[in-house]
Design a protein around this ligand. Structure first.
Ligand SMILES: NC(=O)c1ccc[n+]([C@@H]2O[C@H](COP(=O)([O-])OP(=O)(O)OC[C@H]3O[C@@H](n4cnc5c(N)ncnc54)[C@H](O)[C@@H]3O)[C@@H](O)[C@H]2O)c1
Length: 255
């Protein structure tokens, strides 16, 4: 796909992997719409990037907010790219230290954000993309979802998080099959350990130790490297229905 001049919607685009994607795509001439519940962060990045970006403040778990974001992105230029980066983690075991069960509310919160949020944006973006004029090869667009290596190497305390990311992995092939007839590809990236505010909550010592646990290179991934893979996926129209681990070869141990 030719990237220059097309429109992209990036959820969670105000921070971390989403922000890395916005910076990368804008640098390649893509018109980016940042969709994030952090309005101040979204505005700040849109201002920094300049005319190549605008933003929508909203919640990916709210279908109306998602429709608004998709419509705004589609109003800028032909919507060809939707990237789902809004999401978060949770730590909780099947049973707590006092043997009480994992909190149901927390489990449902993670499912709602990481799965339903991805579903909301993917379905609405695809619905609009399907009505656009196809490019060469009959291609109308690409959807990139964000899982995690936790979908495969779930650690102690990652019950909810791993379940949610496993669902994102599981949606990849059926979504790609559903959308093949309208020329829309679906890909998922499963990041390893990236240097974003999500990991920034950890003390530096622990972040350094995490970096050392990567096979090579022995450091955390940079959000720009995530953005680079999104751009590569968008450009290479033969990538479809697959999950790519972007993780420096790390395999997470039980804890
Ligand atoms: N950082 C990592 O090492 C890592 C590894 C694997 C997977 N991931 C996944 O990548 C995604 C992005 O992570 P990150 O590290 O960039 O996190 P981050 O916290 O830096 O950014 C997440 C962004 O999503 C936004 N957001 C959260 N809930 C939202 C909602 N309901 N509606 C709209 N926006 C919302 C936040 O405001 C924030 O700007 C997440 O799904 C995360 O699980 C991250």
């Amino acid at each position: 796909m030719e990237l220059d001049g097309v429109s992209a919607l990036i959820t969670g685009g105000a921070s971390g992997l989403g922000a890395g994607t916005v910076r990368k795509l804008c640098g390649l001439g893509v018109r980016c719409t940042i969709f994030d519940r952090n309005e101040a962060g979204a505005k700040q990045l849109a201002d920094e990037v300049g005319t190549g970006a605008d933003y929508v403040a909203g919640d990916v778990t709210n279908p109306d907010d998602c429709q608004r974001a998709v419509d705004q992105a589609a109003g800028n230029a032909s919507l060809r790219i939707a990237v789902n980066c809004a999401g978060t983690g949770w730590v909780g075991r099947v049973i707590n230290r006092d043997n009480s069960p994992h909190d149901l509310g927390a489990f449902k919160f993670i499912m709602e954000l990481n799965i339903v949020g991805t579903f909301n944006v993917m379905t609405r973006a695809a619905s609009v993309m399907a009505g656009t004029e196809p490019g060469p090869d009959g291609e109308r667009g690409v959807i990139v979802n964000t899982a995690s290596v936790a979908a495969f190497d779930g650690q102690i305390g990652q019950l909810a998080y791993s379940a949610s990311k496993g669902a994102v992995v599981g949606m990849t092939l059926p979504a790609a099959r559903d959308l093949a007839s309208v020329g829309i590809r679906v890909m998922t990236i499963a990041p390893g350990l990236f240097d974003t505010p999500l990991l920034g909550m950890l003390p530096q010592e622990q972040r350094d130790a995490l970096g050392q646990s990567v096979l090579f290179p022995k450091r955390l991934g940079q959000p720009e490297q995530y953005g680079e893979l999104v751009a590569d996926i968008a450009r290479n129209s033969y990538l479809n229905g697959e999950v790519i681990r972007l993780d420096g070869g790390i395999r997470m141990p039980p804890k």
